[in-house]
Design a protein around this ligand. Structure first.
Ligand code: ADP
Length: 250
């Protein structure tokens, strides 16, 4: 009679362990499936440019020696597709390296200089203006990773619009606005999926990979940031980055 409570304890313990074990197995299975899907998608995505390269190389071999125009076209296409493959591989490696085991080097970071560095790159590399507005603030974060994340969103704003980009710093947020093509509502929930692109055919011209936002999501999780995207087709896109941690005003 006296041992009964002890037995109950043991039962509870076993039940708890079983729950933990099941949850762990579930997570492992989930990770495994995701990994498999990634490998499948990755090989498919890499095969596409490779097929294009192969067909242009064959064309070059057949007709390139007699016809300079054909040779020029083939080499241009090969160069473009090669660059696209390189981007994809770089981003795949980035995705693989951003996981929960990655080290975070946090320090008090002033937001404005990070944005200015990106604005300078946009100006120099693409002659695109980035207007920085609002009041800077300090954030305890990994500056390099935050810059990487901000760059992804600002670079998307550049790719999918042709007007100046506005970045506003407020109390607890960084808001990136473009007046570009916008994103249909039905696509919004899928943007952070790996290889997801709204319009593959049209987007192939801009040379994207569909991995940028997947990387941004991983970085945001690491840095305790939340991302909110609102958009209207033909009007533009607004990305709001908020910190879950407390921010200190300059
Ligand atoms: P990509 O390399 O194709 O740009 P991302 O993962 O960065 O890949 O973005 C996924 C898709 O979301 C893009 O292909 C594009 O269709 C859409 N997208 C992202 N940002 C914007 C934006 N600012 N305006 C319009 N569409 C966007």
């Amino acid at each position: 009679y006296e041992q009964l409570p002890l037995q109950q304890n043991k039962k509870d313990e076993i039940a708890e362990m079983t729950t933990t074990y099941n949850a762990l197995m579930h997570r492992l299975e989930d990770n495994y499936l995701k990994q498999q899907q990634f490998v499948g998608n990755a090989s498919h995505e890499l095969k596409t440019p490779l097929t294009v390269i192969e067909s242009y190389a064959k064309l070059l071999q057949r007709r390139g020696f007699q016809n300079e125009q054909v040779a020029y076209e083939a080499l241009t296409a090969i160069t473009k597709e090669t660059a696209n493959m390189q981007d994809m591989i770089t981003q795949m490696l980035q995705l693989a390296s951003v996981n929960e085991n990655v080290e975070i080097a946090s320090s008090q970071t002033n937001i404005e200089p990070l944005l200015q560095e990106i604005a300078m790159t946009m100006q120099q590399a693409y002659a695109r203006e980035v207007r920085i507005e609002g009041n800077s603030f300090m954030l305890m974060t990994d500056a390099a990773k935050l810059k990487q994340l901000l760059f992804i969103f600002i670079d998307n704003a550049r790719k999918y619009s042709d007007q100046p980009i506005t970045v506003t710093m407020t109390d607890k947020q960084i808001i990136i606005e473009d007046t570009g093509i916008g994103i249909p509502e039905k696509d919004l929930p899928h943007l952070f999926e790996r290889f997801y692109r709204v319009d593959k055919a049209r987007n192939r011209k801009t040379g994207g990979t569909g991995l940028g936002l997947a990387i941004a999501k991983e970085l945001a999780d690491l840095l305790h940031l939340t991302i909110q995207i609102s958009s209207a087709v033909g009007v533009g896109t607004t990305v709001t980055i908020s910190s879950k941690d407390v921010m200190i005003h300059e």
